[in-house]
Design a binder for this molecule. Structure first.
Ligand code: BTN
Length: 255
């Protein structure tokens, strides 16, 4: 089946069903695939989210993974989750149209919100070689085009539910792939991560407001004042001290 083209230099690996597009990326990495490849599954039987959660993967939604060999350190490769977040923001904005620009926001570290509800998530997985460089990276992206799960801890939604726009996974992955390639080239440019950090902050949900970060050992509440140079969330605590959060679940307000 033909569809809108991917940017030049990328392959498309399309599957009716997979356990997980990230697991497929891992298998490709173990077989020495060089990439870049966009792996898409119409359905996933074992879709994974962050922190070991399952990711609901019905047909009609976009479940995909960009397989890359970025040839950089794991910390640097982690910045690609911001490339993915910005690409998702562009994709949702292009599909929804200008009337919806105010409701499309990014939630740290890398969720896309529509009207304050989660419509997309990103899961980065990688393997590292002896030199310490990343040997392959899987940028897994789920975008709720049509369906969304009920009863999730953070409320979920879909592009169709919030905007009335219905697009196929094939159309959506082409838009996403072009947007990803645009931000990837900016990231590879002379200024590196900084323009992405600034662009991400301009699209952030909750900046300047109270945020609660749930970490493995503690819960921290403070004012969300921005991102540091590595993309960590900067919180100003009631004491006036600043705290950088590198990993955790974030909620708006106090909990
Ligand atoms: C999250 O928890 O927010 C991240 C969700 C990531 C889901 C995507 S769907 C495509 C890829 N394959 C997976 O198994 N997970 C990611």
């Amino acid at each position: 089946m033909d569809g809108p083209a991917l940017p030049q230099g990328y392959r498309l690996a399309w599957f009716e069903e997979l356990d997980s597009t990230n697991s497929q990326a891992r298998r490709m990495g173990e077989q020495g695939e060089q990439g870049p490849v966009w792996i898409v599954a119409e359905r996933q039987t074992a879709g994974r989210g962050r922190r070991g959660r399952a990711w609901a993967s019905p047909s009609g939604n976009l479940m995909c993974t960009l397989y890359l060999q970025p040839r950089c350190s794991p910390a640097k490769a982690g910045e690609l989750s911001f490339v993915a977040g910005l690409a998702l923001h562009d994709t949702a904005s292009a599909i929804a149209g200008p009337a919806f620009s105010d409701i499309i926001r990014l939630k740290w570290p890398n969720d896309l919100l529509l009207g304050g509800k989660k419509a997309s998530g990103i899961l980065l997985e990688s393997a590292t070689q002896g030199s310490g460089e990343v040997s392959w990276l899987a940028v897994g992206i789920g975008l709720n085009l049509a369906e969304f799960p009920e009863g999730t801890e953070f409320p979920a939604t879909s592009l169709a539910a919030e905007t009335g726009q219905q697009v196929s996974p094939r159309e959506a992955v082409a838009v996403l792939a072009h947007a990803f390639d645009k931000w990837l080239k900016i990231w590879q440019g002379p200024e590196g991560f900084k323009p992405l950090r600034d662009a991400w902050a301009a699209r952030a949900a909750g900046l300047g407001g109270t945020i609660t970060a749930r970490l493995p050992e503690e819960t921290v509440t403070g004012t969300f004042i921005g991102l540091d140079e590595d993309g960590a969330l900067r919180l100003r605590l009631d004491t006036g001290a600043e705290r950088a959060i590198s990993a955790g679940d974030v909620f708006f307000g106090t909990r």
